[in-house]
Design a protein around this ligand. Structure first.
Ligand code: FAD
Length: 383
């Protein structure tokens, strides 16, 4: 499978964009403590998202006719890489920018594109993804939430869970059953854009181990959605969702959740002049791992530029990427723990503790490790 990923460089004009993004991030979030920046994916800050939008950095790859910047996947790679490495609070716009926007561009009607895409690019419409339900996380084909066709549109009943940012979002793209029964599996599933301000929608935030509430339960009780809430083709929800998950799993997003900790630890090593073998080995392990995965991720981006759909390769990079994201807190924790008498800065300790608590979720969100490995095995013709 790796043979399909050619070694690629980021084009010079996209590399040049990096300096501009770095300067902006230094000015806007450079002063924040690392344990705050380490929340990046979880950091909801609508003002920050709007400041990106003002620079034309949201909807970067959406066409200009819909308010996007009309740039290519490499520009998005550079922007995403810088935002995540710096620990920018990307959560407010992340899902709309990365998944919902491209999904609407691919499957939406002209009216849907004209309505939603400019709002996404201006950070005026935040989205969440309603796939998981109680007892239907990995097994999405078994979802029960139902949209029933009426004269006026769709009546929605059911519930979703683990919905990132539902409590802050304007819209949910929900995977729902529009025909058939649960036993019919993927037949009869569709995607509906739900305006979360409609009567009958209840959102209940869930606290995680770190004390943050970044995802929610969402309940639908006779919610009346208009006819044009349907996105794409009725009954094609399964294929659409799989295409959407490929957007979610490609890109550098799955490598950098622990970068702020790495940066913070390196600063500490420099300040204390640490040059022992254990520190060198830990750093060597992390850097060599990251360098290879970054190369794979850039090669994936080149495939997107060529209009190819590297779904299986993206799944592989996500699986390996979440391994390094989870390993970094463990490796750094082991090095620091090997000299318990040595003082470490409070902010580094807080960042480490936060990431140790959060790390298990890296290989759950966007599809669990076991499910991804099943997809990879099928892609390789092994099952
Ligand atoms: C931080 C975070 C954010 C999330 N955000 C969202 C969101 O915005 N929207 C959304 O819809 N969902 C979201 N989720 C939910 C996430 O996608 C699900 O948790 C995930 O898909 C797993 O589903 P589950 O929790 O029901 O576990 P289950 O599906 O019950 O799985 C439990 C365990 O069994 C394994 N397993 C299950 N089936 C198989 C199989 N066939 N073969 C081998 N092993 C299997 C799984 O890999 C896992 O280890 C989020 C989750 C997290 C942690």
């Amino acid at each position: 499978m790796i043979a399909t990923l050619d070694l690629t460089d980021i084009p010079a004009e996209d590399e040049a964009f990096r300096a501009e993004v770095r300067a902006f991030l230094k000015q806007t979030i450079g002063h924040l403590e690392p344990d705050i920046r380490a929340r990046s994916w979880m950091g909801f800050n609508a003002d920050f998202s709007r400041s990106l939008a003002e620079r034309g950095w949201l909807g970067l790859t959406l066409p200009t006719q819909y308010g996007g910047a009309g740039k290519g996947p490499f520009a998005r790679f550079v922007l995403s890489e810088e935002l995540l490495a710096a620990g920018a609070p990307v959560s407010a716009h992340w899902i709309a920018d990365r998944q919902s926007g491209p999904l609407i561009l691919k499957y939406g009607t002209e009216a849907q594109k004209q309505f939603y895409l400019p709002r996404i690019s201006k950070a005026e419409a935040f989205f969440c993804i309603g796939m998981s339900e109680p007892n239907s996380g990995s097994d999405l084909a078994s979802i029960k939430t139902r949209a029933t066709r009426t004269d006026q549109g769709w009546t929605l009943n059911g519930s979703k869970i683990w919905t990132t940012n539902a409590q802050h979002s304007d819209y949910m793209i929900a995977l729902v059953r529009t025909s058939g029964e649960t036993a019919d599996r993927y037949k009869g599933l569709s995607q509906i854009i739900v305006d979360l301000s409609l009567p009958g929608v209840t959102v209940r935030p869930i606290n995680d181990m770190a004390g943050d509430a970044h995802f929610s339960e969402v309940f639908f009780e006779d919610v009346q959605c208009p006819v044009d809430a349907l996105i794409g083709t009725e009954g094609d929800g399964w294929a659409q969702v799989n295409a959407e998950l490929a957007f979610e799993r490609s890109g550098p997003e799955r490598l950098y959740s622990s970068m702020v900790l790495l940066e913070s630890w390196l600063l500490h090593c420099r300040q204390t002049g640490a040059d022992d073998a254990r520190t060198a080995a830990a750093l060597g392990t992390i850097v060599s791992w990251l360098a290879v995965l970054r190369s794979l991720s850039i090669s994936l981006t080149a495939k997107l530029v060529r209009g190819e759909s590297p779904a299986i390769e993206a799944t592989l990079v996500k699986d390996l990427g979440t391994e390094i994201e989870q390993a970094i807190p463990r490796i750094i924790g082991d090095v620091l723990g090997s000299t318990p008498e040595a003082e470490i800065p409070a902010s580094l300790r807080r960042t480490l503790v936060y990431l140790e608590q959060l790390a298990p979720s890296f290989s759950l969100r966007g599809g669990t490790r076991e499910i991804l490995r099943g997809i990879i095995a099928r892609g390789l013709g092994l099952r």
